[in-house]
Design a protein around this ligand. Structure first.
Ligand SMILES: CC(C)(COP(=O)(O)OP(=O)(O)OC[C@H]1O[C@@H](n2cnc3c(N)ncnc32)[C@H](O)[C@@H]1OP(=O)(O)O)[C@@H](O)C(=O)NCCC(=O)NCCS
Length: 172
């Protein structure tokens, strides 16, 4: 069984390439992560550059799950910046490389993101996910509560409308 290491992703060109390949692959496999299939590698790079900039400014923490030097998955913990919500963070862009799915990578990433949220005194987590995503059962297993479902919220990567489920979890 692989031992995955969970750590922040640095902003090197090699990391950018791995992140971008992971996003392209996730979209191609039907993952609803804001993009349409086929996603160009260059567009994926633009997206991750923005995420890495945001992480450098302390607005979020971008975590990677690594098998050695190989990126197996990622998640972002977005530290909400509004003055009246200092206790809130959001989970975004959880994805596991197709080669590594079903090995607990996303679970490890979510547990690490929760621990970091606590370290940053964030006690209220929120996220949303496509209604037909494999992630629904993962979030329920991790103790997230369903706030509700919005039908026809977005297109999946292949152009069909899909709903979104909003989840929350109190860390107190
Ligand atoms: C959802 C996703 C992140 C799960 O990653 P993973 O590393 O394979 O997940 P884990 O191995 O930690 O599995 C944890 C739980 O997720 C659920 N799960 C994972 N894969 C599943 C599948 N193919 N079918 C149903 N449930 C599944 C199960 O509840 C599983 O628990 P179990 O192993 O005890 O049955 C991955 O499938 C993915 O990247 N999907 C595309 C992107 C996406 O939809 N991201 C969520 C956006 S918010």
């Amino acid at each position: 069984m692989t031992d995955f290491s969970i750590r922040p992703v640095s902003s090197s060109p090699a990391q950018l390439t791995m992140l971008s390949n992971l996003l392209v692959e996730t979209v191609a496999s039907g993952g609803s992560v804001s993009f349409m299939h086929p996603l160009e590698l260059a567009d994926a790079e633009v997206f991750w550059r923005g995420v890495l900039d945001s992480a450098a400014q302390g607005e979020r923490i971008l975590l990677g799950a690594y098998d050695g030097d190989r990126l197996a998955g990622t998640v972002s913990l977005v530290l909400v910046q509004t003055p009246n919500q200092p206790h809130r963070a959001e989970i975004s862009k959880l994805m596991t490389s197709v080669d590594y799915r079903g090995q607990g990578v996303a679970t490890l990433l979510m547990q690490a993101a929760e621990a970091l949220a606590r370290d940053h005194k964030r006690t209220h987590l929120m996220l949303d996910t496509a209604s037909d995503s494999n992630a629904v059962s993962l979030y329920e297993k991790l103790g997230f509560q369903r706030a509700g479902e919005i039908p026809d919220f977005a297109l999946n990567p292949f152009g069909e409308l899909t709903g979104t489920i909003i989840f929350w979890k109190n860390l107190n």
